[in-house]
Design a protein around this ligand. Sequence first.
Ligand code: PHE
Length: 448
Amino acid sequence: MKHTQRATLGGKLSAVLVAAGSSVGLGNIWRFPYVAGDNGGGAFLAIYILCVLIIGLPLMIAEFSVGRASHKNAVGAYRALDRKWSFLGYNGVLAAFLILGFYFVVSGWTAEYMVHSVTGELARYTTAEEYTAMFERFIGSPWRPLLYTSVFILATHFIIALGVQKGIERSAKVLMPLLFVILVALAIHSLLMPNGAEGLKFFLKPDFSKIGPATVLTALGQAFFSLSIGIGTMVTYASYFKPETNLRHTALNVTILDTLVALLAGIVIFPAVFSVGIEPSSGPSLVFITLPGIFNGMPWSMVWSSVFFLLLIVAALTSTISLHEVITAYMHEEWHLSRKAAAWATTGATMVLAALASLSLGVLNGWKICGLNLFDSLDYLTANILLPAGGFFTCIFVGWRLDRKVLEAQVTNDGHLPFRIRKVFVFLLRYLCPAVLLLVFLDNLGAF
Ligand code: PHE
């Protein structure tokens, strides 16, 4: 196999930090708490952790193997291993583009809320109605979200333009530890709030009477989105891993970190929500409407809300970088553009899509695709169709199609590492994961 001159990541820690940077994102801090709140708290958490361990982890190892075996972008990687399977790479590039279309918009909101926290604007309101009105006014306004979204896109662009080591790796090394420090500080603060223990109980104490088949499927979808799997991100990142990187350990560490952040986000949010007596199941607006109201009732409210929105920005940024890289690496290597030109092409295209998605919540609200505005259809199409499909076919490809020797060589670093869990791993990839994913997929298409 021909190896072109390609960047590689530094030490062991770099691989973990960069991949965790992709996984940890708005999915953990914005989406996970409200999805858990809607689905029974602690019981959801238990099912979620099972999904991460049984399905997420093997799939991440599989994607790492594909990336490092080929040292190529998502499309090139599948093509190099088996011509017929390059569609899986295209599925990833397309999904990354479409996710960026709405993810950049929500990232822009976090930047706007950060600015409003710092200027004190956010502390001016008191009631939930006022916060709702403010949020709706903001997302529906024609130019303000566009401005913040553009700033976010350009920040992502410049990090990508700096390259794999100086941009992606260096930013992850600074941003990920920062994220942990902020999260732990916020969690401690939240636990000390009056009634905080109530919230913690709701979040950690499983009540299995609330669990049905739909909960399992929701947990699985959340695990996919949160771990960044089924989309080619981990394939692309692993193509920069060193030959001595232990893929199993890296995947295990990333899954643990990702789950830990989701747990900590729950520990930040639920005690705060309970301490002011708000319903934990208030949906996607939990972070943008409920939380600012909660912060407002606290001493030092401006500081806490600024720190919280900074946390969201940091988490979002390391994820948008990974999504951008999937497309940039593809254009650079497959279309033979310079890396710079590929990065600009990606930035330009995502900017147009994100602008349309943002406007679809306001002036372009009349444009509907199957009854959904553009913003919601991008979310639906990626989370409910492209990611589960990508995950399913990855299992089939790696479990059934890929030469077993290639997989073994990657997992054991050419025989240097033992592979005691071989049987379990292969069983999960071949049978259990595809079967469960098929169920999720059919459920998402409304079959049940
Ligand atoms: N995992 C990221 C999050 O939790 C989102 C993401 C999905 C990033 C897919 C890359 C690929 O927010």
